[in-house]
Write a protein that binds this ligand. Structure first.
Ligand SMILES: Cc1cc2nc3c(=O)[nH]c(=O)nc-3n(C[C@H](O)[C@H](O)[C@H](O)COP(=O)(O)OP(=O)(O)OC[C@H]3O[C@@H](n4cnc5c(N)ncnc54)[C@H](O)[C@@H]3O)c2cc1C
Length: 417
């Protein structure tokens, strides 16, 4: 039986896989993309119904195609998925959908990899793991075991109607937690939102979206997290036309609480860190305004002053007198939504490219196992690496690396090619 052979196999056809395909095609590298489901599936079935992009259409896209919407609009998630389907067609990406990669192993005594898939075996000289930055929903071990309370991760949340009647505790106030809590409150639910350390850039300032500010100020290009910010999430929202996440405004409608600490006999306790977490977010917000003002002045830009952006609302009661405990039954809490992030799962990738915790070891996506690459991971090369526009640039670098390696492999004594 002949085994199918390919130079470069890309696993996953989200935005990362599509970007890889574009760059490899540009460099004439024969390749194939395998996707276990549909193109950009996670945007369709692992996000809530009302989700829109966190960045405006002019920003959160690939260079080669504009969204079919106003430049400053925040594109709904189904349209984002459709965009990648259109993009894949436009670049003629060789994508095979409905094929899952089950195992990748390195060949012994010869180059390349043997790839077991749900549709047979493929041999590849190189593999690029493009299976996503946010693969496996993480629910912390403090989650109560009690029956009778509905618990779900933000990846499984769709809409308010999906939840049983009653109040909701949302744990985690990054972009997902904040937006879900807001949606539930607007749907008439009583909501508790557990807030940890966060950044909260202004949606826009002096007539420019924060995506623009992070770009011109070089923040998207930061190569590593600042020390001590590993657990700091970012709270932004494109919902309702886009707005700054303002916890004081939210705290008038939603009960904000500190970090969730423990569950004991139906009572949840919260850390006494709410004020400190909000203050840290304020600091981050004000630092961006300061940096933007300095940039405008230095470059003599004609952007309208916006002094009102520095006016903070009064602290809501939940902030000045924070709740440290909540009896879930007495408060009528029927559901806990864990907006607590994701981990990766490379159990199928059985090569020497992962550490003892299963985390990829790489430099800008080039792993220590020759021929194995990662793309789309948080901070792969910079802060922007998981974002639609950022992954496109990372994929370009990796495709260049692959093309260079192919040249080494193709070298024969005295040959120019
Ligand atoms: C709630 C939320 C909102 C976001 N909003 C934005 C935003 O507004 N703007 C922005 O720029 N970014 C946003 N992101 C970040 C990022 O753009 C998305 O996470 C995006 O889905 C990442 O694309 P990806 O291609 O790297 O991975 P994924 O979209 O996760 O794609 C990986 C693909 O690999 C497939 N796959 C996995 N395992 C296998 C296997 N073994 N075999 C075959 N196929 C496999 C999956 O089915 C999937 O289709 C958001 C993320 C989240 C969680």
């Amino acid at each position: 039986m002949t085994v199918e052979k390919i130079d470069t196999l890309i696993i996953g056809a989200g935005q990362a896989g599509v970007a890889m395909s574009e760059h490899l095609s540009n460099l004439d590298v024969p390749h194939l993309v395998l996707e276990r489901s549909r193109i950009a599936e996670r945007w369709r079935s692992e996000r809530w119904d009302s989700l829109v992009a966190n960045g405006p259409a002019w920003h959160d896209r690939f260079p080669g195609l504009e969204f079919d919407s106003a430049a400053d609009a925040f594109v709904p998630k189904e349209q984002i998925a459709d965009y990648f389907v259109t993009y894949a067609k436009k670049i003629n990406a060789p994508i095979r959908t409905g094929v899952e990669v089950l195992q990748v192993t390195r060949n012994t005594g010869r180059p390349g990899f043997t790839v077991q898939t749900s549709a047979g075996v493929i041999e590849a000289s190189r593999v690029v793991a493009a299976t996503g930055p946010f693969q496996r929903p993480v629910i912390p071990s403090i989650a109560p075991k009690d029956e009778g309370i509905t618990q779900l991760h933000s990846a499984a949340y769709r809409n308010p109607q999906q939840l049983p009647e009653g109040a909701v505790l949302v744990v985690g106030a990054g972009s997902s937690g904040v937006q879900i809590a807001d949606e539930l409150q607007r749907a008439g639910r009583q909501v508790y939102l557990s807030v940890g350390a966060h950044d909260r850039p202004p949606r826009s300032y002096r007539n420019r979206d924060f995506c623009w500010w992070l770009g011109v100020l070089g923040e998207w290009d930061a190569q590593a997290m600042k020390p001590g910010t590993e657990h700091v999430t970012i709270a932004v929202s494109g919902a309702h036309g886009g707005h700054t996440v303002d916890f004081r405004e939210l705290g008038q409608r939603i009960t904000l609480v500190g970090m969730t600490q423990a569950f004991n006999a139906g009572v949840v306790s919260f850390q006494a860190d709410l004020a400190a977490n909000i203050a840290r977010g304020d600091e981050n917000y004000l630092a961006l305004l300061d940096a933007a003002d300095a940039y405008i002045e230095r470059n003599g830009l004609d952007l309208p002053p916006e002094p009102a952006a520095r006016t903070m609302l009064a602290d809501p009661q939940c902030l000045s007198q924070p709740l440290l405990e909540l009896d879930l039954a007495k408060a009528g809490v029927s559901t806990i939504i864990w907006a607590t992030g994701f981990a990766v799962d490379y159990s199928w990738l059985q090569v020497d490219a992962l550490d003892e915790h299963g985390k990829p070891q790489h430099q800008r996506g080039v792993s220590r196992e020759p021929g194995v690459y990662f793309v789309g991971l948080p901070w792969l090369s910079r802060r922007g690496s998981t974002f639609i526009w950022g992954v496109w640039h990372d994929a370009k670098y990796i495709a260049d690396h692959i093309a260079t390696q192919r040249k080494y492999f193709a070298y024969r004594d005295g040959s120019q090619r």
